[in-house]
Design a protein around this ligand. Structure first.
Ligand SMILES: *Cc1c(COP(=O)(O)O)cnc(C)c1O
Length: 303
């Protein structure tokens, strides 16, 4: 089967603020429903490399609602590669049918190996990798979140010539691979702002390893308490944004970034008449899983 990614488009956002700025969303979420946004860019060179080196299996790691797990499962199916997911949390073994992400990955042919959180923490050790290789044979290993040199190179294709006049480029941050690629293809005159979706001081170092310029900064105020943590004001922001702008956002990454951008605009953070480009990195498959959690808590749902 051949993979035909759709082109992304730049879509303007209507801003109601006394501060005059222009905000445009780069709709990378439109590339593919699952292999969307940054995951498409992060996977493409890795899958080509795996095929070139005659691997027939991709093995990777992730949590219960991981966009990366869903994307690897689907991309593997498209490229004719087997996929194995090392999933964090042994208890999930009994919940595949009720977890939308795992259910989707399973239906796309991914084989799961559920491990305890303690085991999962050791995933980058030599010992763990040796165990994997003796259990699964020769497999192409992608790290959690998919960040490696080839992934960063893939993300260097995110900004194109039409984006060169933006003053600011905003990007959600998980492991930092995506923003590294974005920094590398930005103009030195542009300022790249990263919005981490989690707490953690390691990110700055990780990005510095891959980034070839220093025109970037992390905005640390919009993680909402940590990875996949949300609150009702974020939920209502995402729902309102979708209604007003006709752009769906995911609750883990792009919703937090956009909430942050709107807040910074309100606070007058950006220069007058600044042109801001926000990268929609996709992740919309995670909405169903988040809604199941919200429903269980009796919270309002994402539309
Ligand atoms: C995985 C993901 C990110 C984080 O990308 P990193 O390269 O790990 O920083 C951002 N946004 C979405 C929607 C994602 O799925």
């Amino acid at each position: 089967m051949e993979f035909k990614p759709e082109l992304s488009v730049n879509q303007s956002v209507v801003i109601n603020s006394k501060h005059r700025v222009e905000l445009v969303v780069k709709r990378e979420d439109l590339i593919h429903p699952i292999v969307s946004g940054n995951k498409y860019h992060k996977l493409k060179f890795n899958l080509e490399e795996a095929i070139k080196r005659n691997f027939n299996t991709i093995l990777t790691f992730g949590g219960a609602y991981s966009n990366h797990i869903a994307a690897v499962a689907k991309a593997g199916r498209i490229y004719g590669l087997k996929t194995i997911g090392i999933i964090r949390g042994e208890e999930l073994r009994d919940h595949v049918a009720t977890n939308p992400t795992l259910q989707f990955a399973h239906q796309s042919g991914m084989q799961f190996e559920f491990v305890s959180r303690e085991m999962y923490r050791k995933k980058n050790t030599e010992e763990f990798i040796t165990t994997i290789n003796s259990k699964f044979g020769e497999v192409y290993i992608l790290p959690e979140g998919g960040t490696n040199t080839l992934a960063v190179e893939g993300c260097e294709g995110i900004l194109t010539d039409e984006d060169k006049d933006f003053d600011y480029v905003c990007c959600p941050v998980g492991t930092g691979g995506t923003i590294s690629g974005v920094i590398n293809c930005s103009k030195p005159s542009q300022q790249v702002l990263g919005f981490p979706a989690l707490k953690g001081s390691f990110l700055k170092e990780d990005i510095s390893k891959f980034a070839n310029k220093e025109n970037w900064k992390l905005i640390l105020d919009y993680h909402f308490g940590g990875y996949a943590k949300i609150n009702t004001s974020l939920i209502s922001f995402i729902n309102q944004f979708k209604k007003e702008q006709n752009i769906p956002l995911d609750p883990v990454y792009t919703g937090k970034m956009m909430y942050g951008i709107f807040d910074l605009i309100e606070k007058g953070y950006f220069s007058q008449n600044a042109k801001i480009l926000a990268i929609h990195t996709g992740g919309l498959q995670g909405i169903d899983g988040m809604n199941l959690k919200l429903k269980a808590k009796g919270w309002p749902l994402l539309d």
